[in-house]
Design a protein around this ligand. Structure first.
Ligand code: URA
Length: 433
């Protein structure tokens, strides 16, 4: 294979063969193709796209570039969920125990926060002692015993994607549907579950800003999953506005536990029940309406909360804090942000809210930043709410008082208001399966 010829071929919009794609990925992962040539190739893909067949092959080549987790002992019951990333997205904390309590096997690798978006692994580390890294033997034993384990991504899972993603990040080639879909699905295929449910976020806080782009990404990922023999479905959900009211690690854990205890915000509960139902439907092979009923019963009866407490304890976390969230860490300073005039909230830019939470310490602004698990934002008002002058719209929680002025400015820039009544936004746009 001559890399020059591959770039030339893609530059002219021609399809690569399976052998060419596998060679390309193998040679790049081994360090035999320089980044400048791979960058040129990625840019050619960005402009010329790929055929479905090329995308399936690229995904498989990246998935098989490292370890493949073997979950075959669980038959059809193993199931994974992936979110394309959002603000206030604590759905895994709620959905995973619902599905495990229904008999699904949730053996999952999750990520850390990235940019303005939060990550499940950071959230789980709010629990003192929680281990986000388990040996393969401990991971397997925990999944056998409890039906649930969530850890950080192993270093050798789809290493080709890891290297390519870092390059895409600095060559303006992230936002390409063939490249995003193959990147996400390579990790899902390597993670080994029989079923995969994708939460494709759409709106100001998401990669995909429009419904059309979100649908195209969802459809492509479902096609990739099916082409590789996995039961795959996707839900397109609103990320124009943060999900729920809490943004920040301990604050989100508390909100997730509220939902598990039958309280908490309706939008979060609805998205979680939709995702959990699909996961139960696929992993337990039962019809959609029965799966939905089952998910609701498990949530309302307290079985999901009991499974959550069992899971946190099994991974070394403090089970007392899973039962009583007043034991979680809290920030020393809480600043209330009040409305400057009467009006309806028109929009609440999720990316800006996520950035403000990062500034307060809830996320990393550089790779080496240390997270303050107690920091974050509580949104007391959301779009379509009527707000009176002086009413509290949001609370800023932090231990780093020097960050408050900047976070407040970013937060205020996130909101727009209207004198006219505002209709609530759609929460779930579509299910693709
Ligand atoms: N998440 C991924 O894992 N890959 C992408 O390309 C985009 C988001």
């Amino acid at each position: 294979m001559r890399m020059y010829d591959i770039i030339e071929k893609k530059k002219h919009g021609l399809a690569l063969t399976r052998d060419e794609i596998f060679d390309l990925i193998e040679e790049y992962t081994a360090g035999n193709i320089p980044d400048y040539q791979m960058s040129a190739f990625l840019m050619a893909v960005y402009f010329r796209s790929m055929t479905d067949e090329e995308i399936f092959d690229l995904t498989e080549a990246m998935a098989t570039s490292g370890d493949i987790i073997n979950l075959s002992e669980f038959g059809d019951r193993s199931v994974d969920k992936h979110s394309t990333g959002g603000v206030g997205d604590k759905t895994t904390l709620i959905v995973a125990p619902i599905v495990a309590a229904a008999g699904g096997i949730v053996a999952k690798m999750s990520g850390r926060g990235l940019g303005h978006t939060g990550g499940t692994v950071d959230k789980l580390e709010t629990f003192d002692g929680f281990r986000t890294s388990l040996s393969p033997e401990d991971f397997s034993a925990q999944v056998q015993k409890y039906g649930i384990a969530v850890i950080g991504q192993s270093a050798n899972l789809a290493p080709a994607d890891k290297k390519l993603y870092a390059l895409r990040d600095v060559t303006a080639t992230v936002d390409s549907i063939p490249l995003i879909s193959s990147s996400i699905m390579s990790k899902k295929l390597a993670a080994g579950t029989r079923s995969i449910v994708l939460d494709v976020k759409c709106g100001s806080g998401a990669f995909m800003q429009t419904a059309n782009d979100a649908r195209a990404l969802a459809e492509m990922m479902v096609k990739i999953g099916k082409a590789h023999g996995r039961n795959t479905a996707a839900v397109i959900t609103n990320m124009d506005v943060p999900l729920g009211h809490a943004i920040g690690n301990a604050l989100e854990i508390k909100e997730a536990v509220d939902v598990l205890c039958g309280k908490g915000p309706e939008d979060l509960r609805t998205v979680c029940l939709t995702l959990a139902s699909l996961m139960i439907e696929l992993s337990c092979s039962i019809p959609a309406d029965k799966a939905r009923e089952m998910a609701r019963e498990i949530l309302e009866s307290g079985k999901a909360h009991a499974k959550f407490c069992e899971w946190i304890e099994a991974q070394g976390g403090d089970p007392a804090a899973a039962k009583d969230t007043s034991l979680l860490c809290t920030a020393k300073h809480v600043k209330k942000i009040c409305a400057e005039s009467d009006g309806y909230m028109l929009s609440c830019n999720a990316a800006a809210i996520g950035t403000a939470a990062c500034v307060l310490g809830a996320g990393r602004q550089t790779k080496d930043d240390v997270i303050d698990h107690s920091a974050g934002i509580i949104l007391l008002k959301k779009p379509s709410d009527f707000i009176k002058k002086g009413e509290v719209i949001a609370e800023l929680h932090t231990n780093r008082t020097g960050t408050v002025a900047e976070a407040e400015a970013i937060l205020r820039s996130a909101f727009t208001f209207s004198c006219d009544k505002v209709e609530p936004q759609k929460l779930i746009y579509e299910i693709v399966n």
